[in-house]
Design a protein around this ligand. Structure first.
Ligand code: SAH
Ligand code: SF4
Length: 405
């Protein structure tokens, strides 16, 4: 493959869609039990029914009640009358030359008259692991100056169902369920592992501004009897919503990533305007107190490399000073350009010098290799339907990133 492939072309969104039946997807065990009780299932059978549904939904990945063959036909029919388990619509699917896949997913209106919501989800296959980058909101209320998503106004928070559905859709499309066949051209894991082995909440939106739904969804994703992703393989990235960081650690318990990007308040106020509410010192304090923090469970600090803005050796030294005493690793992210962005990515030598300085101080400092740039799937490039790129902008982008993808 030399060209990125558009597998499905976007279709125009329906103006007003009817509200679907409530979905069972995204319900935790208590939620499933409550749903079953509305059908007058005998109390002594509820637990068993919950575990059957759990298995069909999250282990087998079925999206039709008729496939739940361990449940009687009669009960299946009653479930079908009241609830749904169908997947959201995949509006567009693109495959990058590097194997990255991006889906534009449309969620039906939740009530009559509401417009459907669209988000992007990205799958990044790597040696030994496959990472799914999941969105938590449609758009984002925070306006980080280097982020494409930040230029799209928030439409709404995603529900737990919609967050979980992104994982289910990815597993469908990758053939990542027991007995399923992977699609042609898929990068099949060579170690016998799952296609989706890791999740990063690094898609569109600020996950800690949608705490309850993100929590429910991630607890479902990490349930050992269900989707089964270890909490160590799930990372929640925040731009620094300080008051929610402790709860994230205590109640969700996944790995934490902080979008730091600057070591001085003056600059961080500009790059990540949320810094005006929660300045660097307060953020570092919250990190120090992150529940479960240890050398085996470090916080990842993300640092986007912006030419002439935050990439000096002095910045690197200050970064090291700032992180003193926090079990940390630093992820350097080459800036991904988007049409209209006012920054440039630092030169490669500058990034390497920065990485070396941080590394010498004892911190792992991997440079994140940009993936899926040709399909605008890299960090900070996501943005959905309402403002999809025009052909002219696509050409401008192609010129910006050259032919290396
Ligand atoms: N809202 C959350 C999670 C989503 S963004 C957060 O900000 O942490 C995921 C990561 O991509 C963040 O570290 C973000 O700062 C970074 N990012 C945003 N725009 C980028 C761009 N154009 N190039 C590189 N990284 C970017
Ligand atoms: Fe929102 Fe994160 Fe983008 Fe900032 S970097 S605008 S918080 S998605």
């Amino acid at each position: 493959m030399n060209e990125p492939v558009v597998i499905t072309e976007p279709a125009a969104p329906a103006a007003v869609a009817a509200a679907p039946r409530p979905s069972l997807v995204g319900l935790d065990r208590d939620g499933l039990a409550a749903a079953l009780r509305t059908l007058d299932i005998p109390e002594k059978a509820v637990r068993m029914r919950v575990s059957q549904l759990w298995n069909w939904l999250y282990v087998r990945g079925v999206s039709d009640f008729d496939d739940m063959t361990s449940i009687s036909k009669d009960l299946r029919a009653r479930l079908k009358e009241s609830f749904g388990v169908a997947r959201p619509e995949i509006v567009a699917e693109q495959a990058s030359v590097d194997g990255t896949r991006k889906w534009l997913i449309r969620f039906a209106a939740r009530e009559p008259g509401e417009r459907p919501a669209e988000v992007e989800t990205v799958y990044i296959p790597e040696e030994g692991r496959g990472t799914l980058c999941v969105s938590s909101q449609v758009g984002c209320t925070l306006t980080c100056s280097f982020c494409h998503t930040g230029t799209q106004k928030l439409v709404r928070n995603l529900t737990a169902e919609e967050i979980v559905a992104q994982i289910l859709v990815a597993r469908d499309r990758l053939g990542d369920w027991p007995g399923a066949t992977p699609p042609e051209g898929a990068f099949v894991p060579t170690d016998g592992g799952r296609f989706v082995s890791n999740i990063v909440m690094m898609g569109m939106g600020e996950p800690l501004y949608n705490f309850d739904n993100v929590k429910t969804a991630l607890l479902i994703a990490s349930d050992g009897d269900g989707l089964g992703l270890s909490k160590r393989r799930i990372t929640l990235s925040t731009s620094g919503v300080v008051p929610m960081i402790e709860r994230a650690g205590a109640e969700i318990g996944v790995m934490l990533a902080i979008s730091l990007h600057a070591v001085r308040d003056e600059l961080r106020n500009e790059l990540v305007p949320l810094n005006k509410h929660y300045p660097i010192a307060a953020l570092m304090n919250a990190c120090r107190n992150y529940p479960g923090l240890s050398n085996a469970k470090r916080i990842t600090f993300e640092y986007v490399m912006l030419k002439g803005v935050n990439d000096s050796l002095d910045d690197a030294r200050q970064l090291v000073r700032l992180l003193r005493g926090i079990p940390a690793k630093i992820n350097l992210i080459p800036f991904n350009p988007w049409p209209g962005s006012k920054y440039e990515c630092s030169d490669w030598e500058t990034i390497e010098r920065f990485a070396e300085a941080v590394n010498k101080a004892g911190y792992a400092s991997p440079i994140r290799s940009p993936r899926g740039r040709d399909i605008l799937a890299a960090c900070g490039q996501l943005k959905s339907e309402s403002e999809r790129l025009r052909a002219r902008e696509r050409l401008a982008l192609a010129a910006m990133i050259g032919s290396d993808g």
